[in-house]
Each structure stands twice: as C-alpha cells, then as structure tokens.
Write a protein that binds this ligand. Structure first.
Ligand code: ADP
Length: 474
C-alpha cells in the first residue's frame, strides 16, 4: 500500500478514535448532568405542586378534579395515592405504557422515608412527595411526579447527532486535507526511496533535487553526497584495479625477460665448444639477470611492506654523513669506471628518520645518477636549514623531459625502457624512493633539464646534537 494511503488511513483512524472517545466521555458526563438537573427540578416542582394541591384542597372540589386542574399545564405525569398505595387521581393519559407502582410497596411508603423520595425505573424517573393530609378527609397521601427518561435525555440525542455529523464532516475534510498533506509528506519519501534503490543497484549518477529545508532536504543532500562519494570511490577502485592489473602485467614482463636471458645463457653454457671467454660472458649475463631479479623482488617487497606494514619504519636519530660516506665508498668504483666524479658535500649532522630506508632512498638516487650520466659528476650534498637538513643528489646526465616528470615515480615507468633494462634497472627504484619518503611524510622534488642533468632533493628533520666526532667536509 502506498504511503499516502497509509498516512490518510492513520489520520482518519486517529480522528475516529479521538472523536469517539471524547464524545462517549462527554455524553456520559452530560447524561449524568441532565439527570441531576432533572432530579433537582422535579423535586422543586413536586414541592410546588404539593403546595398548590394543599391550597386547592380547601375548596370543595374532588381531588381528581383539583389534580387535573393543577397538572394541566405541567409537563409531568402526576398521580395521587393514598397511604396504602391506592391510586386516588392521575393526570396520566397516555395509552400503552403501564405506569409502575413497584416503588409504592409497603416498604417504601411505611419506611422512615425522607421525602421527597426518588425512584428510577427503566423508562421513567419518579419523585414522591408526602402530603400529611387533605382538608376534606385528613388522611395522609402521596403525590407522585414522573417523567420519561427519554425526555430528560433528549438534549443528549441532539448533542450526539451534532458530534457524529461533525465527525463525518471532519472525516471528509481530513480525508481531503490528509491526502494533500500525506502527498506532500510522501513525495520526498518516495523520491528518496527511488534514489536509494538506484544507489543500491549501483547507479550513482542520479542526484535528487528536493527544494526543502527540512529533514527530507538534509536526507536528500546526504544521499547525494553518499552517491557522489560512492561514485568517486568506484572510480578510484577502478583506477586502483587497473593499476594493479598493469602492475602484475609489468611484473610478469619484468621477470620473463631476465628468465629468457638466463635460460639462453644456460643453454649456451651447456655447449661443449665454448671458449673460456664466451663461457665467462654467458655466466656474467646470467649472473647480472639473477641480480636484477633479486633487486626486483627486493623492491617489490619494500613497496608491499610500505603499503601494508604499519611497522614499516623505525624512526630514530642517525648520522646522515655516515650513510653518505658508505654510499660514496660503495659507488666509487662504478663512478670511476664510467669516468665520473663522485662528490659528497656536507657537515656531519644527525637526522631523524629510518636510517636503513633513507640509505635505500639515497642508494637508488645515487645509482640512477651514475646510471643516467655518461660524463661529468654526481654530487650528494646536504645542508641544515631551519631545523631540517636538505639533501640533494645532482647529476650532469641525460636529464628528464618535463612531461615525464609527473610520472617519474610511477611503478615501472621508464623514459627509455631499453636503456634502463640494459643498465640493470628494475623500473621500481623511484617508486621505492617515493613510498619510503611518503611513509616519512616527506615530499621529494625533481629539477631536470634534458642534456644538462637532474637534481632530486628532499629534507629530513634535524635530530639536534650531532653525534659526529669529526667535523668538516666529508
Ligand atoms: P630504473 O630501474 O629504470 O632506473 P627508476 O624507477 O629508478 O627505474 O627510474 C625510473 C625512470 O626515471 C628511469 O627509467 C629513467 O628513465 C628515469 N630516471 C631516473 N633517475 C634519472 C636520472 N638521474 N636521470 C635521468 N633519468 C632518470
């Protein structure tokens, strides 16, 4: 059932229950009030009639005539009884109804009754007054005044009729108004239901337009925001998914190449007629590719740990210049072989970070500098500035074109694939650099001019007092 109808029915039921409850209570109350009022009036009227009867009894007229005369204009039925309950006179002329005399039992009359006494039958209400005795006979008598209850309650019928006809008119009005109102209420609910169903079905492109400032408006805005967020998340998920697919494809490719080379070299090594020089060449080639695969797996592990391991970093104070010295020593032969000058510039200084990871960063940058420089120099420099130490690795190599710079840190991105592979590159060196620096919440900057060289720079927080024993340029 549509929500409009449910709301309309609810309103009508509430009205019917409400009106019925209030009218029932009012009617019971009014009936009680009318009966009390009637009782008071009848008692007063009975007394009045009694006095009139007493006065009239001084005349010689017979009692029935006197009663007839007095009760003519009264709206009560009046009866006169002897003390023994014998009917002496009556103004009651209606046919059909047998007027009860149960209340005139001996008990009622002879008991120590306080007059005026009241008595109620199913149809009537009676008031009985005692008369000590009339002038003519001197015998005590009872004057009974009665009235149909229906007459007493007649105003209730009118009130009931007014209440119920009012209720039916109200129901009609409420049905009409509630339909319009419930439509007004239900419209946004239906729109929100439709929208949430669409979102649940995966359609996040629609937005709800509800020009309302109430809770429905707020809910619509929240749903719109939720849909936009879901859409954004979906897109990011797709991008991440595509990236992951690309990453696995790249890994497969990166592994296949060295495996081919290794299996080719092994086949050649299996041949008998190889010279010692050739044997050495194939052996070296297989070794190089094995090392490359080793580096590839090491880089992949670093990337995976930086993504997933919350304890990836072990930050502490460490002597930066010592790392620089170690790297200079490690790469000095390689640089010399290529005819390059390897320069380190900086004062002994303690920095804050994970020393092993920072060494890995500098190692990757330095090895790239040497790899992509054919003449000139590669310089590692560091300088404390405003509580930080700015570290740079500068080469005079081939440089990088401007359009490649934004992609430089992407996994397996290379400006020159053949050159990178030939020189043993994994294509993950800079991605590893970025992930380590990201984990330290540090930005890295690249400045490069094709043909002139490249500078990578980043900064680490200074750890305060230096632990170096010897000062001076390293
Ligand atoms: P690779 O193993 O290929 O060196 P990297 O992630 O370390 O992978 O570097 C990505 C690419 O960035 C390299 O293939 C190269 O094209 C470029 N690159 C990195 N460092 C330098 C540099 N110092 N000079 C010129 N190009 C560089």
């Amino acid at each position: 059932m549509r929500i409009q109808y449910k709301l309309s029915i609810t309103f009508v039921l509430l009205l019917v229950f409400g009106v019925t409850a209030i009218s029932s209570y009012s009617i019971v109350f009014i009936r009680g009030y009318l009966m009390n009022q009637a009782e008071e009036d009848m008692k007063a009227d009975a007394r009045q009639l009694l006095v009139s009867m007493q006065l009239a009894s001084y005349s010689d007229r017979p009692l029935p005539e006197v009663l007839d005369f007095i009760g003519r204009d009264s709206h009560y039925d009046i009866r006169l009884f002897s003390e023994g309950g014998e009917l002496l006179a009556s103004t009651y002329r209606a046919s059909g109804e047998q007027l009860s005399t149960e209340h005139l039992s001996d008990e009622t009359i002879h008991a120590e009754t306080a007059y005026p006494a009241t008595y109620s039958s199913n149809e009537r209400f009676f008031v009985i007054e005692a008369w000590a005795g009339e002038q003519q006979t001197g015998a005590p008598m009872l004057l009974e005044v009665s009235r149909l209850k229906d007459e007493i309650y007649r105003p209730v019928r009118t009130i009931r009729w007014i209440i119920y006809s009012g209720m039916f008119i109200s129901i009609a009005i409420i049905l009409f108004v509630s339909f319009i109102f419930s439509n007004y209420l239900a419209k946004p609910i239906l729109a929100l239901t439709r929208a949430s169903q669409q979102i649940a079905d995966g359609d996040t492109t629609h937005s709800i337009t509800l020009n309302r400032t109430d809770e429905f408006g707020t809910l619509a805005q929240s749903l719109n925001r939720m849909a936009a967020r879901l859409q954004e998340d979906n897109q990011q998920l797709k991008i991440a998914n595509n990236r992951q697919k690309q990453f696995y494809a790249d890994i497969a490719h990166e592994i296949r190449n060295p495996l081919h080379t290794i299996s080719g070299a092994l086949e050649m090594l299996d041949m008998d007629k190889l010279s010692a020089e050739q044997r050495h060449k194939y052996l070296k080639s297989a070794q190089n590719q094995t090392e490359r695969m080793n580096r590839l797996f090491k880089d992949m592990m670093t990337l995976q740990r930086s993504d997933l391991d919350p304890n990836f970093l072990h930050v502490r104070s460490f002597p930066l210049h010592e790392i620089m010295e170690n790297l200079e020593q490690a790469y000095s032969d390689q640089a010399r072989d290529k005819g390059l000058r390897l320069i380190t510039k900086g004062e002994p200084v303690d920095a804050l970070g994970d020393p092993d990871k920072i060494e890995q960063v500098l190692d990757n940058l330095l090895s790239n500098g040497i790899k992509y420089t054919s003449e000139g120099s590669v310089t590692m420099s560091w300088e404390p500035v405003n509580g930080k130490v700015i570290i740079s690795v500068t080469d005079t190599g081939i440089g990088i074109q401007k359009e490649y710079i934004p992609k430089l840190f992407d996994r397996f991105f290379r400006t020159d694939k053949a050159r990178s592979r030939d020189s043993g590159g994994t294509g993950l060196g800079l991605a590893v650099v970025k992930s380590i620096l990201d984990a330290h919440k540090i930005e890295i900057e690249v400045e490069s001019r094709p043909g002139d060289g490249t500078t990578f720079s980043f900064s680490l927080p200074l750890a305060g007092k230096t632990s170096a024993s010897a000062a001076g340029t390293v």
